[in-house]
Design a protein around this ligand. Structure first.
Ligand code: SF4
Length: 261
């Protein structure tokens, strides 16, 4: 992380202590969140924590699998990863990052020039446009530094909460939400954290924020993604004997046989 981005992170942490009008009724420590979180029971929180601990034990070195060396590179890699694999993105980004070193260099280029480096990735034309537009705004509005807070990140083209959570958690060390992708969506159902398959990802994120300890939000996103990516795949070849699942996989048969998640 650069010293400027460290400063940005500090600024955001200070700001995050403020109470947001829409989050004022959330539990202590969550009142800066700009929306109300669902109410959860102590028992639900306790079970969720046990799942988080089991995942941590099984994936002790979990981290973001996208390669990056600066916040703007992580932002770009995350934009590229939508509906694509991290491995595929990591194959394309060394060439891209070598050709464009700073947000200003992306802004000074064109979407067509960026396209040439990301052609192996699905939806590359739209993603190249999003990269160009987001880097242009980073330069024009944020002085060339990726903003280290949710509200500003969400103003960038191609950035929704999932991308913003990845950037905040991994480039700035800020827990302002939980990354929820299709792996997490599948897993929370199979592990009985939610009571409907394919629940809306926004609802899942709010529930996980209410259930899980805030300092671990980023880690929980990583470990759930890893479990979903490598063990609890869409059509898992498991005997329900995974150490995490023996205890918590209450909806595995339903998910596998009925919802085809
Ligand atoms: S038992 Fe299999 S299907 Fe169930 S959560 Fe574990 S890996 Fe997924």
């Amino acid at each position: 992380m650069t010293s400027d981005s460290t400063a940005a992170a500090k600024t955001t942490r200070t700001a995050s202590k403020q109470v947001h009008p829409k989050g004022k009724d959330n539990p202590k420590g969550l009142r800066d969140i700009p929306f109300a979180l669902p109410e959860v029971t102590k028992e639900d929180r306790s079970r969720a924590l046990k799942i988080a601990n089991a995942l941590r034990k099984h994936y002790p070195d979990s981290k973001c699998e996208l390669d990056f060396s600066a916040p703007h590179e992580l932002l770009i890699a995350t934009i590229l990863s939508a509906q694509s694999t991290d491995a595929g993105v990591n194959k394309a980004t060394p060439g891209l990052f070598a050709a464009f070193k700073t947000p200003a260099e992306y802004a000074a280029s064109t979407p067509e020039e960026i396209e040439g480096y990301v052609k192996t990735i699905g939806l590359f034309r739209n993603k190249a446009k999003a990269i160009h537009a987001s880097m242009t705004r980073v330069v024009e509005v944020y002085g060339g530094e990726v903003p280290g807070n949710m509200a500003d990140l969400l103003t960038l083209r191609g950035v929704a909460r999932k991308t913003a959570n990845v950037v905040l958690g991994n480039a700035f060390g800020i827990n302002d939400g939980v990354t929820v992708d299709t792996h997490v969506q599948r897993l929370v159902w199979r592990l009985g954290i939610v009571d409907e398959p394919k629940m809306d990802t926004g609802k899942i994120e709010k529930l996980l924020m209410a259930l899980m300890p805030r300092p671990r939000w980023s880690e929980i996103g990583h470990t759930m993604v890893l479990h979903g990516r490598y063990s609890c795949t869409a059509r898992p070849n498991c005997k329900h004997d995974h150490p995490i699942c023996v205890k918590f996989g209450v909806n595995c048969d339903k998910a596998y046989n009925k919802s085809k998640l």
